[in-house]
Design a protein around this ligand. Structure first.
Ligand SMILES: Cc1ncc(COP(=O)(O)O)c(C=O)c1O
Length: 401
């Protein structure tokens, strides 16, 4: 009798892995570019990219090569010594953003922890500690990043919340102005809110916020964990505002799926976290940094920002035509290849239909279908995805009649 591998693996999960995720019973065994294959050999078009992680597509040869070569040479020595690759990655990030310095860690939440600690330490001698955050934001699952997250459902059961965070509506400059006190040290935001529903910040809002932070002498911090590394058509989301932040966090796509996170601040703030004030055992290993260097080089060499803008505009235009045509579609928003299709109902039903038809996508803020394909996606793959989405919408429409 042939064993159903998916079932066998699912049973092992049930027995041995903590159930903190609502996982679909789908066992992916191979990926290449925008495609995934499950254990039964079925091929899927991947418009989730591991939640905006595999921006170069699955198993991009440049990243695979870099990982294999580095793994044969040196993996880890700790941050008590130097490794060749960490400053190479930092140099690439700095040279493509602004003059500053990087700190490396392993995940988005950790990168935001570093950002929060950086802001508090910066404010400590001025007795400023409070950080103004946005409603509907998402910054991670550690206790500090949960406290900074603007959706209280994530915090339930983990109270008391860490103090020092305040919330204001997103894209509302007056609300920030009102919330600033003499204890405020920073404002923290996503340039495009990801988990909150793919909501971009307005350019004028970003510019006014920068001016306000300068006027009040507080830090402007960006969480670029989801919208960074070319996802929005610019290398980092804050670039849409034509402004320079004081510091920002990165993770997800930084090493195309190899775990890594980072925080970067302006050079004038480089002294804020001196030796002994912050650390991470695995941060910026030679192996992760080698993968990160390959990602940065590939984004530039393959002109992925151009492709992101082009395919993103095409998808947005075609998806916008579904508004009015299908009653359940209320709108389309986002930048580049971070696109949200706003539905009149939870996106979970549509996602299940799409999966059956061979398209992997995501939800955001419950009622938004989130599309974040690899930045390498081709026009033909976009057309294929659109076809699947349209048949899915037709099915949804039929269901609601
Ligand atoms: C904007 C943002 N910040 C932080 C995080 C947390 O990242 P991680 O899961 O790597 O800790 C996420 C994850 O989805 C995110 O989207």
């Amino acid at each position: 009798m042939k064993i159903d591998k998916t079932l066998a693996v699912s049973e092992m999960y049930q027995q041995y892995v903590m159930e903190t995720y609502g996982r679909a019973d789908m066992l992916f065994v191979r990926g290449a570019g925008c495609n995934l294959w499950d254990a039964k050999g079925k091929k899927y078009l991947d418009f989730a990219a591991g939640i905006a992680v595999c921006n170069l597509g699955h198993c991009h040869p440049a990243v695979t090569d870099a990982i294999c070569k580095q793994a044969q040479k040196l993996v880890h020595v700790s941050n008590l010594y130097l490794n060749e690759k960490q400053p190479e990655l930092a140099k690439r990030i700095v040279e493509n953003t602004f003059d500053g310095v990087c700190f490396f860690c392993n995940s988005g939440a950790e990168a935001n922890e570093a950002l929060i600690k950086f802001a508090r330490r910066w404010g400590s001698d001025k007795k400023k500690f409070e950080i103004i955050c946005m409603n509907d934001s998402f910054h991670g699952r550690t206790l500090a990043t949960l406290a900074a997250t603007g959706r209280s459902k994530y915090r339930q059961g983990f109270q008391p919340d860490m103090p020092g965070f305040k919330f204001v509506p997103y894209n509302d400059i007056k609300a920030v102005e009102k919330a600033i006190t003499k204890e405020t040290c920073a404002v923290l935001l996503e340039a495009v809110q990801g988990e909150g529903g793919v909501i971009p910040a307005d350019k004028t809002y970003l510019q006014k916020l920068r001016a306000l932070c300068d006027k009040k002498g507080i830090l402007m911090l960006f969480d670029e964990v989801q919208c960074g590394f070319g996802r929005t058509g610019k290398l980092f989301g804050w670039m849409h505002g034509d402004i320079i932040p004081d510091a920002f966090s990165m993770a997800k796509a930084i090493a195309n799926g190899f775990p890594m996170g980072a925080m970067m601040c302006r050079r004038e703030h480089a002294h804020v976290l001196p030796p002994g004030t912050h650390a991470s055992t695995f941060g910026g290993t030679a192996l992760a940094s080698a993968a990160g260097c390959a990602v940065m080089d590939t984004i530039i060499k393959e002109k992925l920002l151009d492709n992101c803008v082009e395919q993103g505009a095409f998808l947005k235009e075609r998806l916008s035509a579904f508004v009015g045509k299908y009653a359940c579609v209320q709108g389309v928003r986002g930048h580049g290849l971070m696109i949200g299709v706003v539905l009149d109902r939870p996106a979970a039903g549509l996602l299940a239909i799409l999966r059956k038809k061979g398209l992997i996508a995501l939800s955001a803020g419950e009622t938004v279908l989130r599309l974040v394909p690899p930045l390498t996606v081709t026009r033909a793959e976009c057309e294929k995805a659109l076809k699947i989405i349209e048949t899915g919408l037709k099915e949804l429409n039929k269901e609601s009649k």
